[in-house]
Design a protein around this ligand. Structure first.
Ligand code: CA
Length: 231
């Protein structure tokens, strides 16, 4: 059982999701406005928040940013009405961990929630420092440095980078990345992978420019996956 927050103004969706998650023994709070969401996250801790980006009172991305600031450890899954990459990217930049495009099936939502909550409670990884050029990835501390400077990454961006850097020069397939970074039983859209990868590239490039180092080169292998270039 987990403490979950649903922020959704569409009553039909909110009611269905609320009932579905309660039926799976989660402790669920459902609110319909951004203001109520911000009050809820001030009042009590949540393990996971489902956040509709199209809210009647406040900008959903702003709400996302404030939920992230109020509760650094809460998993945030944003809900978008349209499959628009711009909404998804802006939401992920604002601190969301994942997204779902409406309409979605309850089974898909439950699988995502299980995957996120299981990962959150996993035992700490054995200490390991991966080095690739100016890049250093500390898998135990979950810290990334480029040219000695810390690079702030979201949880899945970190997992993705650590997975690729573990095997420099080796192609890692999309299936393997989805299984290792998300969940072995993933059956949602793998666009999540591309969105996280582009956010990761952007952050590494910005960090490299800031310190005058080279960012690791993450190569897209069309239809196959990704490869981080060995030095
Ligand atoms: Ca809405």
């Amino acid at each position: 059982m987990a403490r979950l927050l649903i922020v959704e103004d569409d009553v039909a969706i909110g009611r269905a999701v609320h009932a579905g998650l309660q039926a799976h023994s989660h402790d669920v709070t459902w609110v319909q406005t951004g203001a109520e969401a911000l009050k809820a996250v001030r009042d009590e801790p949540f393990e996971l928040a489902l956040l509709d980006l199209g809210l009647p009172d406040l900008d959903g991305v702003d709400v996302c940013r404030q939920v992230r600031a109020a509760q650094p450890n809460c998993v945030i899954v944003i809900l978008t009405a349209r499959d628009e990459e711009i909404d998804v990217v802006v939401g992920l930049e604002a601190g969301a961990d994942d997204y779902l495009t409406k309409p979605f099936r309850l089974a898909e939502l439950l699988a995502r929630i299980r995957a996120h909550l299981r990962r959150g409670s996993a035992a700490p990884a054995p200490s390991r420092i991966l080095q690739l050029g100016a890049l250093q990835v500390d898998t135990a501390a979950r810290r990334v440095r480029l040219g000695g400077r810390e690079v702030a990454l979201r949880a899945k961006e970190f997992d993705l980078l650590a997975r690729l850097v573990a095997e420099p020069g080796t192609a890692v397939s999309r299936d393997v990345l989805m299984a290792d970074v998300w969940d072995e039983n993933w059956f949602g859209s793998t666009k999540t992978l591309d969105v996280h990868l582009s956010a990761l590239r952007r952050k590494l490039t910005a960090a490299a420019q800031a310190c005058g180092e080279r960012a690791p080169d993450i190569v897209t292998l069309r239809g196959v996956g990704y490869r981080v270039e060995a030095e």
